[in-house]
Design a protein around this ligand. Structure first.
Ligand SMILES: [Zn+2]
Length: 428
């Protein structure tokens, strides 16, 4: 695995080039998923010119054009993960988090993030929304720009810099008070200070504003949901949302408790992250206000047990409540944007495409799960030219052996990836 990605990284950064060259390349496969209809097109022919899709059809390609025949594979749009942390390498326990925040040099974290970007791309994720650097400042802005400049390989990205939260609500916490320790977010208190924090962050080039609507203090309610104190006053949260929106940017809210989710939804954020405790009436409000849910089931499966074992017993309950909340969101017609929290689990150990299986296990259809990682996620990001395979769109394509509508787990074995017309990997 290690050698494999090392070679791939070297190959990607040095040999960046042969794309769907100017005169075009034809890609053929056994079938292609039309994500809009949810149906297969048999024996598709996709013509790529430069970084764009030139033509999609079933007619034989023009004679003389370079052809890539993917045999019995299924062609899909490049996948988008709407919740990642390329600058984190797994933090199931508080000790793992503290280690990365307190001890790792920023350059070390960035180097590992470069590797994470290559891994995401190799797994077929041609787009990411990276939601907060956890103590690594605005390193995500630099990484995004380096990808765009083709200095390093990686998915197209939208980034959030450090998230915002209020004093005393986000680790590092409870270390000796007479010493200053870093926290994994930028803190602000009071509406004016929070407005200023939004202005400051966006001036550094971030795309999204991320807030922690609630943090710790999670408890089970008598009717089986999760509640906690809020991190913010309504005035503070309203200030963040109105300032971000006034400047043309969106707000993502980490929200895992009844109070946290309710306050974020009422404040009019654009997406709820995790959403572990969504009551039916809140789900209806989300659908009405067009607030997306990014469910991050993969990280939940990864962290719940170790966190319960280190004494945070509520974590033994959260997966059950989260499953119920996911179904409430589905029933209410909330738009579900595929999000995994990769980085919250180690990039090197778990393929973020595992999220598809978790989603389907909780009741979403394979078609809808794939749409959430293509059309819906692209819509959340405001990307008009990715998320489907259509003439004029960006040439972000993946292919996999097998039938993902029968078994979404095959998406963990993607072996053809093209981003912006450049071949990232192809079958052996
Ligand atoms: Zn996260």
């Amino acid at each position: 695995m290690m050698l494999e990605w090392c070679l791939a990284l070297a190959h990607l950064s040095l040999a960046a080039g042969p794309a769907g060259a100017a005169d075009g390349v034809a890609i053929r496969a056994a079938r292609m998923l039309d994500v809009r209809s949810g149906k297969y097109v048999d024996r598709p022919v996709v013509i790529v010119k430069g970084d764009k899709i030139d033509k999609v059809g079933t007619e034989a390609p023009p004679s003389g054009i370079k052809t890539i025949d993917l045999g019995n594979r299924t062609l899909l749009p490049g996948l988008i993960d709407a919740h990642t942390h390329v600058l984190l390498q797994g933090d199931a326990t508080q000790a793992e988090y503290n280690e990365q925040i307190l001890k790792e040099y920023p350059s070390h974290r960035v180097a590992r993030a470069v590797r994470a970007l290559a891994i995401a791309l190799e797994h077929g994720f041609t787009g990411l929304r990276d939601l907060e650097t956890e103590g690594a400042g605005f390193a995500d802005v630099g990484l995004r720009d380096a990808v765009n400049e083709k200095v390093i390989p990686g998915p197209r990205m939208q980034v959030a810099g450090p998230a915002l939260s209020t004093t005393g609500t986000y680790p590092i916490l409870h270390f000796r008070p007479d010493w200053a320790f870093p926290v994994g977010v930028q803190t602000c208190d009071g509406a004016d200070s929070c407005r200023k924090a939004v202005r400051e962050q966006l001036s550094y080039g971030t795309d999204w504003v991320k807030i922690y609507s609630n943090g710790g203090g999670l408890r089970l309610t008598s009717d089986g949901y999760i509640d906690s104190p809020p991190n913010w006053t309504r005035e503070e949260m309203a200030a963040v949302v109105s300032e971000a929106h006034a400047l043309g940017h969106k707000v993502a809210a980490h929200a895992t408790s009844d109070t946290g989710i309710r306050m974020a939804v009422e404040a009019g954020v654009d997406s709820i992250e995790h959403g572990d405790s969504i009551r039916p009436e809140i789900a209806k409000m989300m659908a009405k206000k067009n607030i997306y849910l990014s469910p991050t089931l993969t990280v939940l499966a990864y962290v719940a047990e170790p966190r319960a074992k280190e004494g945070r017993v509520i974590w033994a309950e959260i997966p059950k409540v989260a499953a119920r909340s996911f179904r409430n969101a589905l029933d209410a017609g909330v738009k579900i944007a595929f999000g995994t929290d990769a980085g919250g689990f180690p990039w090197m150990e778990i393929n973020q495409a595992k999220e598809f299986s978790h989603m389907v296990r909780l009741g979403i259809s394979p078609q809808e799960a794939i749409r959430s990682a293509t059309l819906v996620a692209a819509d959340l990001m405001g990307w008009k030219k990715v998320g489907s395979i259509e003439a004029g769109g960006e040439a972000d394509l993946v292919a996999v052996a097998g039938d993902p509508l029968q078994d979404v787990a095959v998406l963990e074995k993607i072996d053809f990836v093209m981003k912006a017309g450049q071949i990232i990997r192809r079958p052996e």
